[in-house]
Ligand binder design. Structure first.
Ligand SMILES: [Zn+2]
Length: 551
């Protein structure tokens, strides 16, 4: 790291600490050495050769921190065929999109698409193997649901995976079946482990298997493509919430060969809990760029795929209650073990039934080993029951919802669970009880674009153009902090990142203008102009006029 000195000035500088705004920021190498008046910054670098960066009216903020983003899966969805709504509106559209690529197939090839959402398909049903057979019967075809929790394959692929009418449903998952129990190509939750059985990472009932086998080179490409998406949106740190051997090896390789620029905090899937304990790893191991954050548990399935565990069941009766990945006893045992061993935990829990598992387990964990600042998290925390909010506050649990999921899916959720669904992502209730407000994307389920998430959280607007659950709106300041300093706390990194303060790392995003200077309706149109990590400029948006640089 070179010991270069820089001063940023000439625009709005939002610090996200109690200072709120400063006139200038001085940086030495990768570190902020002063945040205050221009005079104070000049003094801090006196006698040095300094690069002065005129923001020219733009807005400098701490780099955004996304505490729940699947980097390689994000890369995957940009390299697989895009099946997202509104590009794809029907099963016929899916078949047409996939078919465009069938003439390029060679031996060993396959067709893979990402991002369909059955609730946004004209037919209002899941595609089946029969549908995908219309693309080809000679090569494997696979499409992944936008949630990552389910896949559909054609009959050719079903056969390759060794799935037939005699194959039993695995624990924590389902093989979709037609009449007479014959598999229909749909694989839900832990049934996705079939993709990894021959070569790949087998994870059992610890989560939906999103770790699709691929060559090391292709895996590196996923990091590259995913990272580009994040950096262009001003994201400088992510917490990858589902790390296996495949992600660890690829992140390590990309760090070694210089590809990795952003910071990654890794949450290892619970598959690895015993191994990590045995080896002596704990939360916090690693360095500023790549470190172990927490253990990831899955309590239930996806609200959007209709597999989240709701005590009331689904109003549209597509599935009974959803389901749990582990029995409550097994879940609690793992959770308490992780806590007692000093691991922060993050649990995927959408439905109130699943959230209750986390509450019960956290209570037991606190009883056994009290007083630790663990910040155990509830990922998504989509539909807690009203009375669970008190428990979440009392046990110091940190919900990590995704405002863009509310934007994209809330109307489908209301159709699936009834009027209560308007509370999807209930920030208003969290505020009442002083529960931390943290934002994230769950990319690639939603784009890793903090500005869009901030807009969604402040407005509670939906994709269909309505406003749902106004009581859960948060303020602009709460939203921006939720993607910076509060997100840093959610990953135990608030000492080094998340605000512009002396001693912290020089990670910044430069926005075209301050979010406070525009009408709420214009928020989502604010462009990212530059992204800086460790005092180095890693992204410039040529469409936004650059500041004047003088030496
Ligand atoms: Zn996720």
């Amino acid at each position: 790291m070179t010991e270069e000195f820089k001063i940023f000035y000439g625009g709005t500088i939002l610090t996200m600490d109690e200072k709120e705004k400063v006139e200038a920021v001085a940086v030495r190498g990768d570190q902020i050495i002063c945040a205050g008046s221009l005079e104070a910054c000049d003094k801090a670098v006196s006698g040095q050769r300094v690069e002065k960066i005129d923001l020219d009216g733009r807005c400098l903020m701490p780099g955004f921190i996304d505490p729940h983003a699947h980097l390689m899966m994000l890369g995957m969805c940009h390299t697989w065929i895009d099946l997202s709504y509104p590009k794809v509106k029907s099963i016929d559209d899916i078949v047409a999109e996939l078919s465009k690529f069938k003439d390029t197939l060679k031996d060993g090839g396959m067709i893979r698409g990402f991002g369909f959402d059955q609730r946004n398909l004209a037919e209002k049903r899941y595609p089946t193997a029969d549908d995908l057979d219309r693309v080809t019967t000679e090569f494997p075809v696979q499409i992944m649901h936008v949630s990552g929790h389910s896949n559909v394959v054609n009959h050719h692929f079903l056969e390759q995976l060794g799935i037939d009418e005699h194959t039993e449903d695995p624990e924590g998952g389902t093989i979709g079946r037609g009449e007479n129990g014959v598999p229909n190509g749909q694989l839900y939750d832990s049934a996705n482990d079939f993709f990894a059985k021959k070569s790949g990472v087998v994870i059992g009932n610890n989560g939906p298997n999103i770790h699709m086998p691929d060559t090391p080179d292709n895996l590196l490409t996923l990091v590259k493509v995913g990272q580009e998406q994040c950096i262009q949106a001003g994201v400088t740190t992510i917490n990858d919430p589902q790390v296996t051997k495949q992600e660890l090896e690829t992140f390590e390789a990309s760090k070694k060969n210089g590809l990795l620029k952003m910071r990654i905090v890794m949450s290892f899937l619970s598959t690895y809990l015993d191994k990590l304990i045995e080896l002596g790893f704990r939360s916090g191991f690693g360095d500023d760029q790549l470190s172990i954050g927490s253990i990831k548990f899955y309590a239930d399935g996806s609200l959007n795929a209709g597999t989240a565990y709701l005590s009331s069941g689904y109003a549209d009766s597509s599935r009974t209650q959803g389901y749990l990945y582990h029995s409550p006893e097994e879940f609690q045992e793992m959770f308490v073990k992780a806590h007692n061993q000093g691991f922060q935990t993050i649990t995927h829990a959408q439905g109130d039934g699943a959230i209750q598992l986390v509450i019960d387990s956290a209570r037991e964990a606190q009883k056994q080993t009290p007083g630790k600042d663990m910040r155990h998290r509830i990922e998504h925390c989509g539909l807690p029951a009203r009375n669970q909010i008190d428990d979440i506050a009392e046990l110091d649990l940190w919900p990590v919802p995704q405002p863009q999921h509310t934007y994209q899916f809330v109307e489908g959720v209301i159709r699936a669970v009834g009027d209560y669904g308007k509370n999807y992502g209930p920030y208003g209730w969290f505020k009442e009880k002083n529960i931390p407000i943290v934002l994230s994307s769950d990319a690639p389920v939603a784009p890793p674009h903090p500005i869009l998430a901030v807009y969604a959280a402040v407005t509670r607007e939906t994709l269909q153009g309505n406003v749902v659950g106004e009581e859960h709106r948060i303020s602009l300041t709460e939203a921006l902090k939720g993607y910076t300093i509060e997100a840093a706390k959610a990953i135990h990194k608030e000492d080094s990142i998340g605000s512009i303060e002396e001693g912290k790392l020089a990670d910044f995003v430069v926005l075209e203008k301050s979010p406070y200077e525009v009408e709420v309706s214009e928020l989502k149109n604010i462009s990212v102009s530059e992204t800086w990590i460790s005092g180095e400029k890693v992204y410039v948006n040529e469409d936004v006029q650059e500041g004047v640089v003088s030496k």
